[in-house]
Design a protein around this ligand. Structure first.
Ligand SMILES: Cc1cc2nc3c(=O)[nH]c(=O)nc-3n(C[C@H](O)[C@H](O)[C@H](O)COP(=O)(O)O)c2cc1C
Length: 401
């Protein structure tokens, strides 16, 4: 099905109030702060810095800010200092939601389970669709994942549902379920990591069965007024991985089950991490942050070989994202390399309903205001990507500031 270009949206009207999907949720603008793991939790409990960070995003003019990421269970964490949805974190998140609302903003939680991408030694079992060598966690002793049993599938789906419901109860406005970047649900979607022989492996219909079941379960549980968003890869950026054709298939299914909007991205964190970022690879900082001598050595020796660099280009995912735009009617959120007024104009003129930004807002939460006022015409972010090193140190920040 071909979608007629829905866009009467211009650079100016992108700053005007609107509604999200069919949910009726009002937003003060069409801009989203994309999920960027903030590293602002102490022993897994979000701290004041996290609240201030998202308040600054709402003040800066985004309609929706996305907290990242909320593991749906203790074993859904990549490492043990990450937040997961439990009583202690919900207490802080409740205050965060109130403070964002005070600024006229909306707040969503990116819900995820890391699957085998973990070095969290508190997990009894490393979960994944299939048995996979864990290149990320093997130095922590988590060498292989176990193929999830049907009981595991049920338990994790329930964790997604319960987490979404808890967030709805404390005043969050939406959830974004992470189906991308190589986390558990993306591991199901990718033929590189899903080697199952049952109804959850093989064709894209089968590989998407479990991720779609999870999204559907959450949608049915929270009801039509609470938007359930999905972050989905355009492709994994690696040969033999999830493809653009797969993405179009899954997008159509998401539309059928009532997903409010899809945010399109790409890449597989443990295999092609810079595919979704582009720009410089801050290898020195990454080595410094490595948690053990063995990890530092491995990174120093193999880092340049393992971590491929991709050249930055404004709106680097646009060409592929347009292919999805042509096939579905639901709201689409463009993400990836927005840097200027011209870049925003290009995105909205191609029929995207919302515009998400990450690094330009880490660099300057006031970027959108300044752009709107004509004070600047480009973001000051130079894609040095040192912010990804900072997130694992004392919390995300831009080193240029
Ligand atoms: C420091 C940092 C942390 C990130 N953490 C996450 C995350 O937790 N979840 C996620 O889906 N994407 C994450 N991303 C990816 C961004 O959401 C986005 O896809 C990427 O930065 C490209 O958008 P941009 O060009 O506007 O920065 C992260 C990006 C950065 C720079």
């Amino acid at each position: 099905m071909s979608k007629e270009n829905p866009s009467s949206i211009s650079f100016e009207t992108a700053f005007a109030p609107t509604k999200l999907g069919n949910s009726g949720l009002s937003l003060k603008s069409r801009f989203f702060k994309a999920a960027t793991y903030e590293g602002m939790a102490d022993h897994g409990i979000p701290n004041q810095k996290l609240i201030d960070h998202h308040v600054s995003m709402a003040k800066g003019g985004v309609g929706m800010t996305t907290v990242a990421y909320g593991a749906v269970s203790s074993d859904g964490r990549t490492f043990k200092d990450q937040m997961y949805i439990n009583e202690a974190s919900l207490k802080v998140l409740k205050e965060l939601a109130v403070r964002v609302h005070d600024e006229g903003g909306r707040v969503s939680m990116q819900l995820t389970h890391c699957g085998y991408f973990t070095k969290n030694k508190t997990s009894k079992k490393v979960l994944a669709p299939s048995k996979i060598f864990n290149a990320y966690g093997f130095l922590s002793g988590l060498i292989y994942s176990e193929a999830m049993t049907l009981n595991d599938l049920d338990r994790v789906a329930n964790d997604f549902e319960t987490s979404a419901r808890e967030l709805q109860k404390i005043g969050f406005d939406a959830v974004e379920i992470h189906l991308g970047h190589g986390y558990l649900l993306s591991q199901f979607l990718s033929p590189l990591t899903n080697k199952r022989k049952d109804q959850y492996g093989g064709s894209i219909k089968n590989r998407s069965r479990y991720p779609l079941y999870v999204v559907d379960k959450v949608i049915k549980s929270v009801g039509p007024d609470f938007p359930v968003l999905v972050k989905l890869n355009l492709d994994d950026g690696i040969k033999g991985g999830f493809s653009l054709k797969d993405c179009i298939f899954v997008s159509k299914k998401l539309e059928e089950i009532g997903c409010a909007a899809i945010e399109l991205s790409g890449g597989f964190t443990s295999k092609s991490p810079f595919y979704l970022l582009r720009g410089s690879v801050p290898l020195k900082g990454m080595i410094k942050n490595a948690s053990s001598v063995a990890e530092k050595l491995t990174m120093a020796l193999f880092g340049p070989l393992l971590v491929k660099k991709y050249r930055f280009k404004e709106n680097f995912f646009l060409e592929k994202a347009i292919k999805v735009r042509e096939e579905v009617n639901l709201d689409l959120i463009y993400l990836g390399g927005i840097d200027s007024k011209k870049g925003i104009e290009e995105v909205v003129s191609n029929g995207f309903n919302f515009i998400a930004l990450a690094r330009p807002l880490i660099h300057d939460p006031e970027f959108l205001h300044k752009l709107k006022q004509g004070e600047i015409d480009k973001s000051g972010c130079n894609r040095c990507n040192a912010c990804i090193v900072e997130m694992d140190r004392e919390g995300i920040k831009c080193v240029l500031n």
